[in-house]
Design a protein around this ligand. Structure first.
Ligand SMILES: [Zn+2]
Length: 124
């Protein structure tokens, strides 16, 4: 409570001082207003390019879904080990087997491969 009392005294002292040196206070006040206005102008002109950046980048990346989920560079096989179709036509599903990544044209082909992966690899 004693702290608040001290603050009030300081506040009154400031007000009294302001009344005495009013013209000086006004001068300083006007200078700071001019400076603040200048500062706001600088900040506003600096912020403009920053505000333009988020608009340049795509707002929603999920709406622009890539057509192919996987590419042939992501898998170790070049042809579908179940149906023999070239994977350049499109990879719908992949699986990891024995430290390698295998791509398949469909989930059904992947399931077929997983029934006998070792045999499917040996055949090709
Ligand atoms: Zn297939």
């Amino acid at each position: 409570m004693s702290h608040n009392k001290k603050l009030l005294v300081n506040c009154n002292g400031f007000i009294n001082q302001k009344n005495i040196n009013y013209s000086y206070f006004k001068q300083v006040f006007m200078k700071s207003v001019t400076f603040a206005a200048l500062l706001v102008f600088i900040l506003a002109s600096c912020n403009n390019p920053k505000q333009a950046d988020p608009k340049a980048s795509p707002a929603d990346s999920s709406s622009t879904k890539p057509k192919a989920k996987f590419t042939t560079s992501m898998v170790d096989n070049k042809i579908d080990l179940s149906c023999g179709m070239p994977l350049t036509a499109g990879i719908e599903d992949t699986c990891h087997y024995n430290g390698k990544v295998y791509g398949f044209c469909s989930k059904e082909c992947k399931d077929d491969f997983l029934k006998n992966p070792a045999g499917a690899i040996k055949e090709k």
